[in-house]
Design a protein around this ligand. Structure first.
Ligand code: MN
Length: 233
């Protein structure tokens, strides 16, 4: 039996709707700029005819369950919400054809890709890594995983409110690269395995939150997600 110098960190996991077992998390992938109107609001329009999708990752330890209250994070004055459809991978896949992408899907969830926008934009504009802007502790908020094995979600309203006021409204059918295309492209670079989550990108309307704010969001036909922003530490 392996012995460790100190107790190993717990495996990050999420509840699964309707099951007692939890969904263990392997990696957290995020698609950048995957709705045209959001790409435009970020000042970086996307031309799908000449561009490929791009990705960043966050540590699995940033995973935070829906309903949590998290402290307003340090070293930012512009902490943003991004409402996203999340794909949960349930089977291994490498160089998956778009037509076969459904075969690696276990289910879906509703997620928030919380972002230190001020630090992300400094990094972007200086050509530095995005980690300080994106790989924020407790920033990968996710609902329970909804088992939808083999199903492709290619439409459905996606929306977010702060303190009940609508901030983001779109539809998953506006994804620049849809779920099939994302799985096909991402699996050219990575051997996808069960436990990987893919946050598929946010629509337009991103904005800042303040301590005390309550974020609610949903993807129609999938799940709802919520987060309360607490005081800074
Ligand atoms: Mn995002």
């Amino acid at each position: 039996m392996t012995t460790y110098l100190f107790p190993p960190p717990a495996v990050p996991s999420l509840p699964i709707l309707g099951r007692d077992e939890r969904f263990p998390i392997n990696r957290l992938f995020f698609v950048g700029r995957n709705y045209h109107a959001h790409a435009v609001e970020m000042g970086k329009p996307v031309d799908k005819s000449v561009e490929r999708p791009f990705y960043f990752t966050k540590a699995p330890q940033t995973l935070t369950p829906s309903g949590a209250t998290v402290a307003y994070p340090p070293e930012t004055k512009n902490y943003h919400f991004e409402m996203e459809l999340v794909v949960a991978i349930g089977a291994a896949g490498f160089r998956v054809k778009a037509d076969d992408a459904h075969t690696v899907i276990y289910g879906y969830a509703a997620g928030l890709d919380m972002t230190r926008r001020d630090l992300q934009l400094v990094a972007r504009d200086k050509g530095r890594p995005w980690d300080l802007g994106k790989d924020v502790e407790q920033s990968s908020v996710c609902s329970a995983i909804v088992p939808m094995q083999g199903q492709i979600v290619d439409r459905g309203a996606i929306a977010l409110e702060v303190n009940g006021e609508t901030k983001q409204v779109s539809d998953v059918d506006k994804l620049i690269w849809n779920v099939r295309e994302i799985i096909a492209d991402l699996s050219l670079f990575y051997h996808l395995v069960p436990g990987d989550l893919i946050y598929t990108g946010t629509p337009e309307g991103v904005g800042a939150v303040l301590p005390g704010d309550r974020i609610t969001g949903r993807v129609a036909g999938v799940a709802e997600v919520a987060l309360t922003v607490g005081s800074p530490e």
